[in-house]
Design a protein around this ligand. Structure first.
Ligand code: 3PG
Ligand code: MG
Length: 395
């Protein structure tokens, strides 16, 4: 790897500016999913244990350069203290005299949390002046925010150029899991890509067909591929105007020796609601007044067969309308299969991106996956083959 880790830094007595992503869901002032907080604990603990002073920089929401009180990081302090098992001091700015004084006053064993970096307009503009002001707070820069690494912001990119820089433990874990899944994977490699629209995942599909052996397409975007190949998808969600693009991807897959797996049977209904009357039909028999809401059991059996022969799986997006029952069946069954193979040590499975983790949690499969990324957009951009500015700046 081209970047340093905490192991290569001399941390004792140093102020370590750590960019973390604690952009967690909060309801009524309470953190409803603390995963991102849990996952930065090793970095913070390692810095504390090495005698360093962790100074946390993070964004929260999208305040667009203004001090939006609802987007303050202060309410996260109790959750952070509980996770770190350490005192967390909060300071209401990420630059300037107050922040500098708080760093100076920080006692061994304490962690400093600075207010939302996005309260400053310069953050998203990657303003060198803001980055230089941030750099005043630390001796070392540690980026542990893989999930924000697709943003070239002052705290994720600019700052890395101003101080001796390294990757944190979560950043290391994310990068090695992704490398194992798509960089130098053990073959055969299967990608499962679901979600509503082809248009949002074009670059992703285009990159994957050149790199994986099997591409399972599910969710609404499968309908676009089916329709492009002449299948009548009735009232299903479908981007008919993307037909040519879908066919191009199919052609590219063929040329690259990647087999695309589309639903061969589907679960259809007339209404989009939980428990709606539904039937399973061969994909060619979708009634004109119905919509496809899930893949059927024959499709799931084929996916299971492909997974059994595979060594590596990379998963993004659900196979059907997983939020409502019973249209979560294909996602649940395929996830259960992947979980079982991973548990048995037969499959390296990596999942990430938006809805994916929610779907795998709902399926009860997430714990058995080899690696679950904390990233949404960054995971997708990485799967698209893009360079993430926050990672590149560490190199
Ligand atoms: C996320 O939650 O996806 C990351 O924290 C990045 O946030 P952003 O999409 O607002 O840049
Ligand atoms: Mg995002």
């Amino acid at each position: 790897m081209a970047w340093k880790t905490l192991d290569q830094m001399d941390i004792s007595g140093k102020r370590v500016l750590v960019r973390v992503d604690i952009n967690v869901p909060v309801e009524d002032g309470r953190v409803t999913d603390a995963t991102r907080i849990q996952r930065i604990v090793p970095t913070v603990r390692d810095i504390l244990d090495a005698g360093g002073k962790p100074v946390l920089l993070a964004h929260f929401g999208r305040p667009k350069g203004k001090r939006v009180p609802e987007m303050s990081l202060q309410p996260l302090v109790p959750a952070l203290e509980e996770a770190f098992g350490a005192d967390v001091v909060f300071v209401a700015d990420c630059v300037g005299p107050a922040a500098e004084a708080s760093v100076t006053a920080l006692q061994p064993g304490q962690v400093l949390l600075c207010e939302n970096t996005r309260y400053h307009a310069g953050e998203e503009k990657n303003d060198p002046e803001l980055a230089a002001d941030m750099a005043q707070l630390g001796d070392i820069y540690c980026n542990d925010a893989f999930s924000a690494a697709h943003r070239a912001h002052a705290s994720t990119e600019g700052l890395a150029r101003l101080l001796p820089a390294c990757a944190g433990r979560l950043m290391q874990a994310e990068l090695s899991a992704l490398e194992a899944a798509l960089g130098q994977p053990e073959r055969p490699v299967v990608a499962v890509v679901g979600g509503a629209k082809v248009s949002t995942k074009l670059d992703l599909l285009g990159n994957l067909v050149a790199r994986v052996d099997f591409l399972v397409i599910g969710g609404g975007m499968a309908n676009t591929f089916l329709a492009a190949q002449g299948v009548d998808v009735g009232k299903s969600l479908c981007e008919h105007e993307m037909a040519d693009t879908a066919l191009e991807i199919v052609g590219k897959a063929k040329a690259a020796g990647c087999e695309i797996i589309l639903p061969s049977d589907v679960v259809v209904a007339r209404e989009f609601k939980a428990g709606a009357a539904h039937e399973t039909v061969p994909v060619a028999d979708c009634p004109a007044d119905a919509m496809i809401l899930d893949a059927g059991p024959d499709t799931v059996a084929r996916i299971a067969q492909v997974l059994e022969g595979a060594k590596t799986l990379i998963w993004n997006g659900p196979l059907g309308a997983f939020e409502i029952e019973p249209f979560d069946a294909a996602t649940n069954a395929a996830a259960a299969k992947a979980a079982q193979l991973s548990r048995d040590g037969a499959l390296t499975s990596v999942a990430g991106g938006g809805d994916t983790v929610a779907a795998l949690n709902k399926a009860g499969a997430a714990d058995d996956f080899t690696y679950i990324s904390t990233a949404g957009g960054a995971f997708l951009e990485w799967m698209e083959g893009k360079t993430l500015p926050g990672v590149a700046a560490l190199g």
